[in-house]
Design a protein around this ligand. Structure first.
Ligand code: GLC
Ligand code: MG
Length: 756
């Protein structure tokens, strides 16, 4: 049995409820340039766009270790940007990150564009508030990031050939952008939410706490989305692929490649004969009674997982080791420990207490400050003194510092885990240890320092191995050969050309949902239409609806609504233009991506409380069900069920009872962005109005969102979001109220000049 939602009534279930109002944030004036340049790829070389959103990123003096978000990844992306830019096949590299304007951090992070090479830029994109935010709190602003990134692309005047996202937040944005632009997405997770969650659970943190502190389910969902959309995933180690990515529903081993990170080897090299570190880089002499003794060097953020305490226990309980070597701990940067965040504060307190407990004064150095330029010197100094680099982290997927140490001729002792395992296998320059066994760690360090012949061999092997396997130039050549393979495949399925439309000539567009938004109040609707007529040619009108095209035509006629300039129908899976209802064929091609719905009805029929809607509601890119809220599982479980069966799709619930399953690249919101991008319409000159779940995505981000007073439960999550105005008025009255709120019809004819 199937049922059709609009066979029984003219309009689907209404969620009318008492209108409430949140203090809206004011919209910013239309911004962004339209330079009219063609967005075509050129033969000039590749244009790569890297996304790394959180943390403090700049081209010089990275503040590594300043906080949990400014670590290995920031360094990796900046160096990757430079290394790629130097390759002759590259036209331009943009590293997009969040723009931060905050007196608590340096001014550098507020500059919109920072060149890092002749053809490479750190491009800072406004995203939510201008102050510095930790990555866990960025989620609601990411749609805005994506929209602002589109403005940047228009300014460059060329589509990137590839978008490469780094970490879950960028994965979310990357999936969105790549989908809209029809370019391949490459993703690197750096560290993965499911793995982090597993570790925290093992450590005894409870699931609720994890969720609260880390916003974990959002992160994992973003990672699933990125993997679902990525044409290629780049990992640093084999173990990462096998142990960490494999637990994701969207794990696709055939599209994963392992390319180990590169190291700026021009900065990391062994001490030359007769070299002395003068002056003593961090005034280690202030800490160490016998500064000439071999140095055991550890370099890690003050993060519990870096496990520095175990190292102190190992050293503190090994008197012979204490006599043979000093211990130098470079644990981030600190001024006043008591003013630091809870995590680093606890770690630093423990370090100082352990130094005291084992009475390690004169043997352990733990400087308060260091400069990025000190680090290569430190490795060299430790190598010069016949020391060892130690990384006892609980897990180490990556191990950049180990490669730097290797390249500096400093042997390593490191946790038996993914990164170190690969490094030692390739370089044969040290030993793996169990990070929880401090007694053995002490013995291993002692042996490593004492056996001089072995030490020399390890030092030599490390330098050679690092160059062979971990230089940026070897990274970049593998990277580009993989990317070029990918692009060849991609080109074979480029979307078709677009139909003609008046859209590029418009200054503003009002795009509205139909049921329970545009229609519902005849008098208000006529007022709205009359006001629009008065604003003439430069104002566009569109609808975005769950209904199919034929039923849209019927209902608009019934309500005396003129044919819109653009019709987004069947939940954003079809786009038609103007009176002749010309279909956008490019969009159809665009949606094909990963859409294979054959098994879908059967797979979801296995779940209780779901039944297919009428046959006419089933479209090429839309499979729709009626959901019985009393019996059906949550949307999350439904998504999970699809993934388990290898079905890539977006699931949308509307009015609490309509469940639409559509391609990963489809939704009303994505259709709007597709149109905006295609026709060069700034996102923030589009006003959108809606009332239910399938409207959510078009209301967020930089569009001027209006939620009508009679909205559904599903839209409540948008309360308080920037540029989402909750109207008191119902139906078209709510739209009119939103129009007023944004002054949307004002100066409509003059804006064009200021934008153009
Ligand atoms: C419309 C469509 C239906 C869809 C619903 C929610 O009612 O006819 O198929 O499920 O919108 O998007
Ligand atoms: Mg509706």
């Amino acid at each position: 049995m199937t049922a059709s939602p609009d066979s029984t009534a003219t309009s689907p279930a209404s969620c009318a409820e008492s209108a409430s109002r949140t203090p809206p944030t004011s919209p910013s004036p239309a911004s962004g340039g339209r330079d009219g340049a063609g967005l075509s790829t050129s033969d000039a070389g590749l244009y790569l766009m890297l996304l790394s959103i959180h943390g403090l990123i700049r081209g010089h003096d990275l503040e590594l270790g300043r906080d949990a978000d400014t670590g290995g990844q920031t360094k990796y992306v900046v160096e990757l940007t430079r290394a790629l830019a130097a390759h002759p096949r590259i036209w331009r590299v943009d590293l997009l990150t969040r723009l931060i304007d905050d007196p608590r951090v340096d001014d550098d992070y507020s500059s919109e564009q920072e060149p890092v090479a002749e053809n490479a830029f750190i491009t800072r994109i406004p995203c939510g508030p201008r102050r510095y935010l930790r990555k866990e709190t960025l989620w609601t602003y990411l749609d805005g990031f994506a929209d602002n990134a589109l403005l940047h692309i228009r300014r460059v005047g060329r589509l990137p050939d590839v978008i490469h996202s780094h970490y879950a937040d960028a994965g979310y944005v990357g999936a969105r952008l790549a989908g809209l632009l029809g370019v391949p997405l490459v993703h690197t997770g750096h560290s993965l939410g499911r793995e982090k969650k597993r570790r925290l659970l093992v450590q005894g943190m409870d699931a609720e706490e994890i969720e609260k502190t880390y916003n974990m389910s959002q992160r994992i969902e973003a990672e699933e989305l990125a993997m679902d959309n990525a044409a290629m995933v780049i990992a640093s180690t084999t173990q990462e692929v096998e142990k960490q990515y494999s637990v994701y529903d969207n794990y696709q081993p055939q599209s994963m490649v392992v390319i180990p990170p590169g190291v700026a080897l021009d900065r990391f090299y062994p001490p030359r004969r007769g070299w002395f570190a003068t002056p003593d880089p961090l005034e280690l002499g202030r800490f160490l009674r016998e500064p000439r003794r071999p140095m055991i060097l550890a370099l890690a953020r003050p993060d519990e997982r870096k496990n520095i305490a175990t190292l102190l226990h190992a050293y503190g309980q090994h008197p012979r080791l204490q006599r043979a070597a000093n211990l130098v701990l470079i644990a981030g940067i600190r001024d006043d420990i008591s003013a630091m965040e809870r995590g680093p504060r606890a770690v630093l307190n423990e370090i100082l207490l352990l130094i005291d407990r084992y009475d390690l004064y004169g043997r352990v150095a733990c400087p308060k400050h260091h400069h990025a330029d000190d680090v290569p010197l430190l490795y060299r100094l430790a190598a010069k003194r016949g020391g060892i680099f130690v990384n006892p982290a609980l897990t180490e997927p990556f191990g950049l510092t180990l490669i730097e140490a290797a390249a500096s001729g400093l042997p390593i002792v490191a946790t038996e885990d993914g990164g170190p395992r690969d490094i030692i296998a390739h370089c044969r320059n040290g030993v793996l240890i169990d990070p929880l066994d401090h007694a053995r760690l002490g013995d291993v360090l002692y042996a490593a320092i004492s056996n001089r012949r072995q030490w020399r061999r390890w030092a030599k092997n490390g330098v050679a191995g690092a160059h062979r396997r971990f230089s940026w130039s070897s990274h970049v050549s593998r990277y580009l050969s993989e990317v070029e393979k990918l692009m060849k495949k991609w080109r074979r399925k480029r979307p078709a050309a677009a139909p003609r439309s008046k859209l590029p000539t418009l200054t503003r567009i009002l795009i509205t949902d139909i049921d329970n938004t545009l229609i519902g109040d005849r008098a208000a609707l006529q007022t709205l239409l009359e006001r629009m007529r008065r604003h003439g040619e430069k104002l566009g009108f569109g609808v975005a609806t769950g209904r199919r095209l034929e039923s849209v035509a019927r209902v608009l006629k019934e309500w005396d609504v003129p044919t819109p300039d653009v019709l987004i129908t069947s939940v954003g899976t079809e786009i038609h233009y103007g009176k002749r209802l010309e279909p956008d064929l490019g969009y159809q091609d665009h949606l094909e991506y990963r859409w294979a719905p054959q098994a879908l009805p059967e797979v979801l029929n296995e779940l209780p409380g779901l039944r297919l809607q009428a046959a006419v509601e089933q479209r090429r890119f839309k499979v729709s069900f009626l959901l019985d809220p009393g019996k059906a599982p949550s949307v999350r479980v439904i998504k999970k069920q699809l993934r388990r069966h290898g079905i890539h799709a977006t699931v949308v619930l509307s009015n609490g009872i309509y469940l639409d399953v559509i391609p990963v690249r489809a939704s009303k919101g994505k259709a709007i962005r597709y149109i905006a991008n295609k026709w060069g319409i700034p996102i923030d000159s589009i006003l959108v109005a809606g009332d239910s779940g399938n409207d959510e995505e078009m209301l967020t981000g930089n569009t001027l969102g209006v939620v009508v007073g009679n909205h559904c439960e599903e839209l409540k999550v948008l309360r308080g979001q920037e540029r989402v105005y909750f109207a008191r008025g119902q139906y078209a009255l709510g739209i009119l109220e939103g129009v007023e709120f944004y002054n949307f019809f004002d100066d409509i004819n003059s804006i064009h000049e200021s934008v153009g």
